[in-house]
Design a binder for this molecule. Structure first.
Ligand code: B1M
Length: 212
């Protein structure tokens, strides 16, 4: 039986090697990759987030934990993607301008790949022009914007406005997310969809692609 608690604790403690070992062991015992992600790795990072908020840990600890989380997600990524072969469509995803948080965005990308989408990862600190380029020149049918800071949420609006200005708004669906983002914010800025977590982001993308 996979020890999800131990995996979450190892992420919190930033112990990348331990995370790797535990994830590999759990997989060898037949654990489900999606459960390992959501009930192990993500739980650890969320708990650390609460400690960060309460000033119980600081930026260095969080960075080390992020590296440990990545060590685990890298093992799971091909397994989550393997289930689907035929591409459902192309999604360009990135964290908006001014924002460097990429853990949630990477998870969303993984879940989209797992659901069968081709994912173009634009990275972090993505400018409105880069989103436009992804649609105009790289064939993205859905643009995914992630924002983790209240101060960078307006960059989502900038991205949508840039797509409008480039005459591309009708050709693309825009989905947004990130801890401070809400459905009412999505309605306000004219996004086509919002989701609160990576698994529902994949379901949302499946709905949005049908609209094109
Ligand atoms: Co930052 N940080 N951080 N940070 N950081 C937050 C976001 C904060 C809430 C912490 C706090 O104070 N409680 C706070 C923001 C406050 C606010 O704006 N209201 C904050 C701050 C203030 C800052 C700095 C300004 C700190 C400083 O320097 N003084 C700074 C800003 C840097 C910048 O971006 N310019 C900063 C820096 C950092 C680190 C570099 C140390 C590190 C990032 C490392 C990395 O990403 N590679 C970091 C981290 C890790 C966090 C916390 C602890 C965790 C974020 C995370 O990865 N969560 C975070 C506290 C928290 O959220 N509890 C915090 C786990 C992840 C799985 O969840 O990203 O929410 P999340 O993604 C979810 C959903 O939101 C959703 O699905 C994901 C999976 O379920 N989702 C989408 C996300 N994107 C989506 C897109 C979609 C759909 C769904 O469609 C496209």
């Amino acid at each position: 039986m996979a020890d999800f608690r131990a995996i979450a604790d190892a992420v919190k403690a930033g112990r990348a090697k331990v995370v790797k070992t535990l994830v590999n062991e759990a997989l060898a015992e037949g654990a489900n990759p999606e459960a390992l992600l959501n009930e192990g790795l993500v739980v650890g990072m969320n708990e650390l987030g609460i400690m960060f908020k309460n000033n119980e840990v600081y930026v260095p600890e969080v960075l080390i934990a992020a590296r440990a989380m990545k060590a685990g997600t890298e093992i799971l990524k091909p397994l989550l993607a393997a289930a689907n072969v035929q591409s459902l469509g192309k999604v360009a995803i990135g964290t908006v301008k001014g924002d460097l948080h990429d853990i949630g965005k990477n998870l969303v990308g993984m879940m989209l790949e797992g659901a069968g989408f081709t994912v173009i990862d634009l990275g972090v600190d993505v400018s409105p022009e880069q989103y436009v380029d992804a649609v105009a020149n790289q064939g993205a049918q859905i643009v995914g914007m992630s924002a983790l800071l209240t101060t960078t949420m307006p960059s989502i609006k900038d991205g949508i406005e840039a797509l409008k200005a480039a005459g591309l708004r009708d050709k693309v669906r825009v989905m947004i997310g990130g801890a401070p983002v809400t459905q009412s914010f999505a309605d306000e800025v004219g996004a086509d969809g919002y989701s609160s977590d990576a698994a529902s982001a994949a379901d949302l993308a499946k709905e949005l692609i049908k609209q094109l």
